[in-house]
Design a protein around this ligand. Sequence first.
Ligand SMILES: Nc1ncnc2c1ncn2[C@@H]1O[C@H](COP(=O)(O)OP(=O)(O)OP(=O)(O)O)[C@@H](O)[C@H]1O
Ligand code: SF4
Ligand SMILES: [Mg+2]
Length: 319
Amino acid sequence: MPDAAPLLQLERVQRRFPVGGGRVLHAVDDLSLSLAPGESLGLVGESGCGKSTLVRLIARLLDTSGGRIVFDGQDLAAEPARRFAKAPQRHEIQMVFQDPTDSLNPRFTAREAIREPLTLLTKTGRAAADARVDEVAEQVGLPAALLSRFPHQLSGGQKARVGIARALAVKPRLLILDEPTAALDVSVQAVVLQLLERLRDELGLSLLFVSHDLNVVRLLTDRVAVMYLGKLIEIGPSEQVFRSPKHPYTQSLISAIPGQGPRIRLSGEVSSPIDPPPQVCRFHGRCPRGEDRCAREAPPLRPLGQQLVACHFADAATA
Ligand SMILES: Nc1ncnc2c1ncn2[C@@H]1O[C@H](COP(=O)(O)OP(=O)(O)OP(=O)(O)O)[C@@H](O)[C@H]1O
Ligand code: SF4
Ligand SMILES: [Mg+2]
């Protein structure tokens, strides 16, 4: 897969939010990565590191402050988010949101919810759209009898299936899932994850998968990208990153998975994402390995084996 032309290429993507008093929050900072057709990429990192902001930029729900988002050879970031809503590529990138209850209109039946993007984004006629709803409902294991129900008449797992069916109905090439199971009961999570695994294999879509559950990321993704305070700090094949994380932050994250050896606990405060000093490593102050150099020089991403790692002192033999 790495040899295929990328479906998605992020080039130095930035999103900054003014937070008053001339101060600026750097939610996503200078972030570059690519995603091949059919590849699944996990996006991990602690709360507030910028995962949702990044996927919202890619889905063009939010405007960038800088950089390029090249999808199938075309820079989507050149177009304001509000105009992209009407662009022909709109249906090619679809997103499944965290909470199916919040993201489904309570006044739409399951059929109407799944049909809506088809009629809005692809101008499919009513009969063809209904046929597609039946097809995609079957694909996600949603019984036809439930299609006439409203969200409040469906269980959490059934609503999650409606959300996934709605995203798949328009045959996207990139499916983005932002914590798709976080709002579900544990037993339902497992079933929905099996469904995602099957769909990934059957449909050959590219997947961008945000999750706090590292075991799930390991199971579902080919590669994993780790963010810390808006920055990409490590990326590589999932098996490789989970077996041999190189960045001290990734090492601590992975050490928290039960059965992964001694837990590396971090001390110190998380730095502020507001006006971060550009020449300081964002992990400095919390990093067990930090040295003076880390406060003078921000580490660039550099290749270490099959991984890219942003740390001055990581080396290929670490961990
Ligand atoms: N509209 C906004 N205005 C100001 N700051 C924002 C806005 N949206 C996000 N942020 C900030 O950007 C940073 C990244 O937030 P984001 O929601 O992308 O994190 P996340 O990694 O998805 O976190 P979580 O794991 O909790 O979902 C946070 O500091 C957040 O407070
Ligand atoms: S550059 Fe320094 S502070 Fe940053 S992760 Fe590496 S050792 Fe830690
Ligand atoms: Mg989020």
